[in-house]
Design a protein around this ligand. Sequence first.
Ligand SMILES: C[C@H](O)CC(=O)SCCNC(=O)CCNC(=O)[C@H](O)C(C)(C)COP(=O)(O)OP(=O)(O)OC[C@H]1O[C@@H](n2cnc3c(N)ncnc32)[C@H](O)[C@@H]1OP(=O)(O)O
Length: 724
Amino acid sequence: MAPVKVTMEVGTDGVAVITIFNPPVNALAIPIIAGLKEKWTEATMRNDVKAIVLTGNGGRFSGGFDINVFQKVHANGDTSQMPDVSVDLVVNTMEDGKKPAVAAIEGLALGGGLELALGCHARIAAPRAQLGLPELSLGVMPGFGGTQRLPRLIGLSKAVELMMTSKPIMSEEGKKLGLIDAIVPSSELLKVSRQWALDIAERRKPWMRSLHKTDKIGSLSEAHEILKVAREQVKQTAKNMPQHLACIEVIEEGIIHGGYNGVLKEAKVFKDLVLSDTSKGLVHIFFSQRATSKVPNVTDIGLKPRTVKKVAVIGGGLMGSGIATALALSNTIVILKEINSEFLQKGMKAIEANVSGLVARKKLPQDKADKALSMVKGALDYSDFKDVDMVIEAVVENVPLKQKIFSEIEKVCPPHCILATNTSTIDLNIIGENTTSKDRIIGAHFFSPAHIMPLLEIVQTEKTSAQAILDLMAVGKAIKKVPVVVGNCTGFAVNRTFFPYSQGAHILVNLGVDVFRIDTQIASFGLPMGPFQLQDLTGYGVAVAVGKEFRSAFSDRTFMSPLIDLLIKSGRNGKNNGKGYYIYEKGRKPRPDFTVLPIIEESRRLANIMPGGKPISVTDREIVEMILFPVVNEACRVLDEGIVVRASDLDVTSVLGMSFPSYRGGIVFWADTVGAGHIYRSLKKWSELYGNFFKPSRFLEERATKGIPLSAPSSTSSVSRSRM
Ligand SMILES: C[C@H](O)CC(=O)SCCNC(=O)CCNC(=O)[C@H](O)C(C)(C)COP(=O)(O)OP(=O)(O)OC[C@H]1O[C@@H](n2cnc3c(N)ncnc32)[C@H](O)[C@@H]1OP(=O)(O)O
């Protein structure tokens, strides 16, 4: 293992260069913090040291405080494991120390890393270094003085924005804002930083302590106004999370009572936040997301991903055009194939619209948009397929059609070409039935809109080769997705786990619960919208098609709600035609459409599941539980069957694919916080009252009875089984 250490070298110029070594991101682990304190103290005492330069080894300044420490605190609840960095190291030793210090920043300075740099007396950066305070995204807040120093350096408004959004800026913008004093090429970073530090020591440049600066903060009333607006915004954007409002309060403390008092309050509130459930959930998701890139027998057997330069996408509909857009944006040559010129033109237009939408929302510069569009070529036959490295089929969910396409592409593509399908539910073995290339067949399940949604569910069969999986993982990463490798079954990991979600909602409605109350409760739990508004958005056709697949695969637990058919018969098709459970008008938020209520009444009459013909009475909490516990139950079956490598993969997929609130840590993590026992007992009770849909799975029953967390590893996983 590479050494974790802090070194100091004193040059003949009298500059001590203190360097952090903790690959890959120079995280500020406890020994690093101790090392910094030791070297800084030594540099301060040594007579041959005039000034200090702080830097990070390997082209990265620092990715911030070691997040593993949060995990330890979460496990044992002991915050005393976290050293006093903000006062002892940053204020007393660095900022108020006797020798001037310059931060030499390359690559990135994030969180505690940037905060150390803020405690130095100047900051010199290489071009395109990332600077940010992303702590709120981990459920905490800047804890090494960042809440106080950043506003004093760049102004309150911008500092609040950077902290609230957790988004980094580049060093070029940092220079304009006053965060960075100079930008120099990497090759000159240390030389210029050394000279800058000497210039401060010899008073040729200002010896600036940012905690003492006041000129950028503005008047008290201006500050109050900025913080008031920020509070209003986060009430909308960060519901159910404590860290945003806590951070604003700490910033305010410093504005009213001075930076030092702000630092003291920051340290106190930081420790409270670390122990919050929100931080536990978000830190869990951080590590879980990184764990998905480790797939046994794929990423640990010495294979290297092959280059994938050219990809053919078959089908230019919503999914196909989205996938083509995502590929083109990452400079992959794309062939978009359709069956006739009308459909092809539509597909190409959709790609153009996707790209120009990103430009309009300022997410993509025009030159990159032009480049992306130049990467896509339309095709009506297979002549361009002779040198493609991968095909992604994205046609309608029709088994014979997909089978035909796969036997055709097997013939026209080169032998190394990966044959992927974007099916969301159909068994891959059925799709590839008529081919002899089963080792190259793989699922590339994107989520709509494919050029925006971050998840790529990679589905393997027992025959898919490790090389094909690795290649698709690399393509996924290149197009900025989070690839998660799962096993083959109806609905795979994501749709399979969540199929009971809308089913549960339909059971509740047919049991007499108000449709809009259900949506409100699910939205206040933290999903972006309730199940009925979601159904309006995806269209009822999708609900019918997906329902069919699940009914044939899991007939023992599929509820046949009459409601969708009744809605379609009454001319409703959700947002598509502006008529669903909600009324859709341009520029307005969807409003409940109460004329849907008689249709719901009719559905209840046909379903006839209300005990004694009377609506059931449920609490708000029960509504959420009756919808989400069946999802947990299905997640248990997915775990039991070894469809995912590890339980936390379902947490990541639920967050990235289904927008389950990340601050609840994902579906399995959340279930464990609720407790398997409570979930089991509730489902058992409901199954006795309302039928098999709620029947607890064997896995859940066993875990609940034995008191084992749902996330504890199980002995089997089809994904990690060795390959032939
Ligand atoms: C008191 C303070 O105010 C509190 C803090 O500082 S909290 C920490 C704030 N910092 C952050 O939130 C940054 C978190 N890290 C990241 O966003 C990204 O890792 C990054 C942008 C630094 C690098 O991204 P990338 O190059 O894609 O590498 P990525 O795969 O994410 O990380 C590489 C490894 O470093 C680890 N790592 C990254 N940042 C880390 C951190 N701050 N602590 C511990 N480990 C960290 C990752 O877990 C991963 O480990 P693995 O290889 O064993 O899975």
